[in-house]
Ligand binder design. Structure first.
Ligand code: HEC
Ligand code: HEC
Length: 326
């Protein structure tokens, strides 16, 4: 380990002090709801830690460590119910006005909205509440122990619901890999640099994740930027359904279809404010310089003119069918 990583940053010092001063709500592991702990940990691994890394060095951070967030949220919300309410409330609707960590908003920008259901987010809150991430040594030891303890079960998905949730995890993992890299590229060189990044890296990252997760993961749209991402008829029908659900002010759920030997999950990709600098109104939200670059790389681009909270496309996750054992 590099020596710089040993020096404790200010938030960790604060964490250590308060952890010593005030008993954290730690309960013996056996007394906890193990299903909720496992589901919460898996959701953190697939949807949160790519940005809120437990072990990133201060220079590599693109978001505050989850330990700092836990610490901050416990200060105002000492009971599990209040802690869960505050966390779920923010993740469902991240905004500067909702944020309790103005310093983090200033340094990293507001967190992008994620689409997780409230039950899963409740499990995330349950895990965080009961796990002393901000205690000294957790990033080194506790994290590895929980990876072993709460890793996804070896048996693959069997029921429709399990496929739906498993595919969602794979989609979230790909989304966070794309999202965190995109955020890094934006921070490094603004939208134009990031357009080149998407142009050359979006597909390799999705392919990488497909190989790593042993599934076929891609993104499609009814208004594609890259013509290779055009939705087919099955996907277009699902997009229509999801749009109707969104228009009614609700969250679209996953759709599941059979495709040859695969079970395929379709998950909505919804726009947030960050997307508009490349998918918003051409010439204003998408700056003239960015637009010129997009038009050069994608002469048939159909992916501008979006507002926030609109359906931009789908994650398509093809999963192998799990052999049943009987
Ligand atoms: C693409 C990167 C990214 C992902 C993925 C992500 N976050 Fe964040 N999050 C951020 C950034 C950046 C901030 C700091 C700015 C802010 O507070 O909005 C943040 C802040 C937060 C905060 C504190 C907000 C405040 O200021 O009060 C909470 C709580 C949080 N994240 C929870 C989560 C949870 C739970 C997940 C996984 C379900 C998650 N985040 C996934 C980037 C991300
Ligand atoms: C820096 C510019 C930029 C930002 C910001 C950006 N995108 Fe894109 N997006 C692109 C480019 C370029 C492509 C084409 C990638 C390729 O060639 O595969 C793309 C492609 C996509 C696709 C694949 C379908 C298609 O049209 O080719 C989806 C879905 C998508 N973006 C959604 C989003 C969402 C949601 C956000 C916000 C969270 C976002 N994008 C933010 C530039 C951007």
């Amino acid at each position: 380990m590099k020596p710089a990583a040993r020096r404790l940053p200010a938030w960790a010092m604060l964490g250590v002090l308060c952890w010593l001063a005030q008993p954290a709500p730690v309960i013996a592991a056996e007394a906890l709801d193990q299903a909720a702990m496992a589901s919460g940990f898996q959701a953190l691994e697939s949807a949160c830690f790519s940005c809120h890394s437990p072990d990133a060095t201060p220079a590599d951070r693109i978001a505050p460590p989850m330990a700092a967030i836990r610490h901050r949220y416990l200060m105002d919300n000492p009971s599990l119910g209040a802690f869960r309410g505050a966390l779920v409330g923010f993740v469902n609707d991240p905004s500067a006005a909702n944020a309790r960590m103005p310093g983090a908003v200033k340094r990293f920008g507001v967190m992008p909205a994620l689409s997780l259901d409230d039950a899963t987010l409740g499990d995330v809150a349950y895990y965080l509440y009961h796990t002393p991430l901000d205690a000294p040594g957790w990033a080194a030891d506790g994290y590895a122990r929980d990876k072993a303890r709460y890793a996804a079960s070896a048996r693959g998905p069997v029921t429709e619901d399990e496929y739906r949730r498993y595919g969602q995890q794979l989609a979230m993992q790909t989304k966070t890999a794309l999202g965190s890299n995109l955020k890094k590229a934006l921070k490094e060189g603004g939208p134009e640099h990031a357009v080149s990044f998407c142009n050359t890296q979006a597909e390799p990252i999705a392919d990488d994740m497909s190989a790593k997760l042993d599934a076929a993961i891609g993104r499609v749209s009814d208004r594609p930027r890259n013509p290779a991402n055009a939705a087919d008829d099955v996907e277009l029908a699902i997009i229509r359904d999801f749009k109707a659900v969104l228009a009614a002010g609700e969250k679209p759920e996953a759709a599941l279809r059979e495709r040859g030997e695969q079970v395929v999950g379709y998950y909505p990709i919804v726009t947030n404010g960050m997307c508009l600098q490349c998918h918003g109104e051409a010439g204003t939200q998408v700056s003239p310089a960015t637009l010129a670059l997009i038009e050069r790389l994608y002469p048939e681009d159909k992916a501008t003119g979006y507002g926030v909270n609109e359906l931009r496309g789908l994650f398509v996750v093809g999963m192998h069918r799990t052999e049943s054992e009987d």
